[in-house]
Design a protein around this ligand. Sequence first.
Ligand code: PLP
Length: 373
Amino acid sequence: MKIETIAVHSGRFVDTATGAVTPPIYLSTTFEREPGGEYPKGYNYTRSNNPNRESLEKCLAELESGEAAAAFSSGSAVSMSIFQTLSPGDHILACDDIYHGTRHLIQLFGTWGITSSFVDMTNLKSFQSELRKGTKLVWIETPSNPLLKIIDLKSISEAAHKAGAVVVCDNTWATPVLQSPFNFGVDLVMHATTKYIGGHSDILGGAVIAKKNDELFQKIKEMQKSGGAVPSPFECWLTLRGVQTLPLRIRAQSESAMLIAEFLNSHPKVTKVHYPGLESHPAHLLAMEQMKLFGGMISFEIKGGKDEAMKLAANVKLFTRATSLGGPESLIEHRASIEGPESKTPQSLLRMSIGLEHPDDLIEDLKQALSSF
Ligand SMILES: *Cc1c(COP(=O)(O)O)cnc(C)c1O
């Protein structure tokens, strides 16, 4: 079935007790045992499993065409649980333009003897030269954050597998609607469901989907159950509700983002637009092969520096100045200042998450803000 149909139906059922079309929320933390001690319905305690979480996991596995999925309390909890399957001495090789929270978390694991390095994965040779004997995990984000670099999933996965590493793709920005990492050789897909999948800026969540329900996935699943960084039944319910409109939302957001990127690209006060849909993007052709559309995220650099970027952000009326992404409302953010003093993000850069407003209104807003200083 096509992804729109999966998004509407997968993991959902008509409640047999009441006929309710929308699934109930199972808040119960505990489930009754049979007189013999068994749990024939498959649930015993909500940290281990819960009907709402199970529904969400089934749906996410199907959306990514993976064998299994595990849902977590945040995107970062997913990353943490994957890193927790490693052993002291193991090495993580990650792309350089990675979500700053993931970079920070990888570095925290240094305390447990896990080494890491960050490399520009748009250059296969640089990537290969960073692979080591102990490289167990290769961490890809494409499009990357915040520069929207496009990484060749197929060639990076091939090179990583030759070196004996497992490949993870953070597919938060592309969503399963625009990019299917398993088709290019990736082993695990992760999502901050906080973003496009939840889609309404009202839940914090994460998920990992496994191409194969293998030993590694079982280890992650063990971390999920034993470590307990799990989403609540209500959050699972809200996320599954958000998924139903994911294909329509991301398509509309991508179409608007394309128009806005073109507008910015022709504006005299804008020096650079980072959007893979533009022909001027260095990996536009690769993006056309790997992605169905180019997503709702745009970064751009403005003539001048931090002051000009802050002024533009101060003068928008429709965009909200806030971090995060993937909701119905458009957001704008000065990325370097939220990433902190170690950030390598240009001071003149603003990142936008394009929402579901009419693109003409968003362009008007940017136009007036750009002319106000
Ligand atoms: C937000 C985000 C994360 C982290 O997700 P949280 O739910 O905030 O923990 C990871 N990767 C990417 C690409 C993100 O945008």
